[in-house]
Design a protein. Sequence first.
Length: 453
Amino acid sequence: MEKRTKFVLDEEEIPGQWYNIQADLPRPLLPPLHPVTKQPLTPDDLAPLFPMELIKQEVSTERWIDIPEEVRDIYKLWRPTTLFRAHRLEKALYTPAKIFYKYEGSSPPGSHKPNTAVASAYYNKKEGINRIATETGAGQWGSALSFAGACFGVKIKVYMVAISYKQKPYRRIMMETWGAECVSSPSKDTKVGRDMLAKDPDCPGSLGLAISEAVEDAMSRDDTHYSLGSVLNHVLLHQTVNGLEAKKLMEKADAYPDIIVGCVGGGSNFAGLFLPFVKDKIDGTKPDLRIINVEPTAAPTMTRGPYAYDYGDTAKLAPIIKMYTLGHDFIPAPIHAGGLRYHGMAPIICHLADLGLVEATAVHQIPTFEAGVTFARTEGIISAPETNHCIRVAIDEALKCKESGEAKTILIAHSGHGHVDMAAYDAYLSGKLVDYEYPKEKIEEALSKLPKV
Ligand SMILES: *Cc1c(COP(=O)(O)O)cnc(C)c1O
């Protein structure tokens, strides 16, 4: 057979429905709790923040949920995305492994994030909401929601973690180009932000803090909702459009993965890819499939955090959820993979890890860039620093195959390109990067601050 490099679907083959793992979980998820009463959250508690359709999706146990035609129409701007066979990387590694990657970097903002941003802007608009507040770390989510806001005429206000606001001006300019307003967090625009600035005028910010600002903004205005780009069940649901495409495409390639790897910040891109595959593990048809969540050693949520109820944000305004956590006041080391610095993890992924259906590993920053450079010099694509984390693990697994002589099939969830992260590559190439290990004392300290539920 001719050696194929790209596997593609037609536009009409964009899935018509998202896949909801909640229909197939062996045990149901534990409910999120109200941050003040600590009782299970009700739809009314969430109504000031989210449109009703998303609140329903958050708790739905229906297996298939229709993708609205208006959302699918916008997906057509870049979906279906391509599955690549990494022949050139395989050759460079002298590995018998077959490496595939599903590439989400071809969306307008350059990552998987618009898969859910577009749905979020759509449901808000449909329910009469014309302004959304949100936070962003590295700027990927902020730019994705700004793009989605432009698609539906919804105003977007972005609280961007201060250190990234300084380091990554291009993402802010992208947001502004799509018509959004972006401020550095902590900002003077909220009480949470002003209090923090009074304590520490040079506060570098954190995702947890920026979430608090965006939630406060949304709670204090009737015309405004809040949107979260990862972690929540409905976000992972929207991302399954990618995994459903990947499953069809792997069939076209006449292959099924032995190992799936992805990087996890809040877990949305990776879950979006692997959820349709994890179903085969739950069914028992693919018991040996390995699903590896890759995180930075500087934010080792799944590999070193306790599995406990914790607040989703620093100011304790967001719900308390059962997850692996580094503590809600976690302030990460300034690694370049800004999208992987959240203190918690999607409850669905944590639950699947607890059930033994997925595993996790952590990697240092410098080896991730080394892998990213190898990938760029073989496959051409310059990957986001986040994505480099799982490319590292894919390469390591492929090298193990070289040792053992096994021809395993490895599928990489390729979450986006790194064109706006060239300063990080510059730091790597000029030998200025350092590795960070999260200190043990900090994990113990975080444990002592968990809410008592
Ligand atoms: C945001 C981001 C991530 C991490 O977020 P998840 O919700 O864990 O997917 C990973 N890769 C890229 C390119 C991102 O923009």
